[in-house]
Design a binder for this molecule. Sequence first.
Ligand SMILES: *Cc1c(COP(=O)(O)O)cnc(C)c1O
Length: 391
Amino acid sequence: MTLSPSFRPDRMPVVEIDSSALAANWRLLAARNPGARTGAAVKADGYGLGAGKVASTLYNAGCRDFFVAWAGEGLAVRAALDAAGEAEAAHDTRIFVLQGLEPASIPLHLSAGLTPVLSTPDDIAVWREGLRSAGRRAPAAIQFETGMNRLGLNLADAQLASALVASGELDLSLVMSHLASADETTDQSARQRERFLALAALLPGVPRSLANSAGVFLGADFGFDLTRPGIALYGGEAGPASRGVLRPVARLTAAILQLRTASAGEAAGYGAAAPLARDTRIATVGLGYADGYQRAASGAGVAIRGLRAGTETFVAGRRVPVLGRVSMDLTLLDVTDLPEAALAPGDRVEFFGPNLPIDAVATAAGTIAYELLTGLGPRVERRWSTGAGLS
Ligand SMILES: *Cc1c(COP(=O)(O)O)cnc(C)c1O
């Protein structure tokens, strides 16, 4: 037997990922805007699940437009599409890089066919200079500022871009902006849409994109030519209209390492933060904040956000509460209300998934599904399945 530091005991944490649910969510989002292309945000390693596998799964579902944050992420997506043998992918996929253009990254963009999203006059200058010195032409995208005050060209910068396009000095394949509050009932989205229309009018004929996941659920007015859903693909909620229509894609599980009974009057976990009011059956599970199960999900006594109602997990057919503080590699559960024979060391506990919606878990931990997914640590095995689905 070879010994290796990468040896994985069966009891280590696993996130199961259902590729058919991922593809089904993409098709569902695409069906909501039949007049637009439907892309996919696969930044942050495909929201923590593995950008390469996410991208090749969505490619097979019909997706041709991918969005990443950094050029290196784009390269990984390109390599995965190539390696998956998507022979046509090199020609008919577009990978948009949302941020961080600098001179040194231009060769990477050109060789891997990455499209930079230009958000500042400096971005435009860097891109034009890079193309000039490479002796190449290649399309870019432009992002407009419409009310989020994050990244994007304002009106004067947009006029500059418009002049460059008119004189043939800049090729654009997309203009886009980003909605700040599409998942809320507010008129901010409508106001951003008005500003987007006014700015895009400076660049007539260039395809337009405004909607993230929640924007897709705002209706056809927000679809334009291309949508860019992220969280909804992965089964996370994107505003009230998305509730109940998306399939869960990921299930996080970890194994019980020890079961014990502690007496009333004792306490459990760091800081003795969980005093035991009754004789308590405790399951110690091999998952902690180093794996992305946040300390803020602790059952009680965590100073970060004060006391909050404990987060729950799912085991042996029912929900059980997290007990005390989540530690780095371990989490304690109060399983007193389960029959003793129902559990044994090695049994796996679901921390989010089909039995425990990721948004509910995120809310209990004071965060959002995006952070739970992208925070999944390197010790959590990404285990892809097809067909059977998560049960
Ligand atoms: C992350 C991101 C998206 C996807 O957002 P979701 O809310 O996950 O759908 C779309 N566009 C831009 C510019 C983004 O940064």
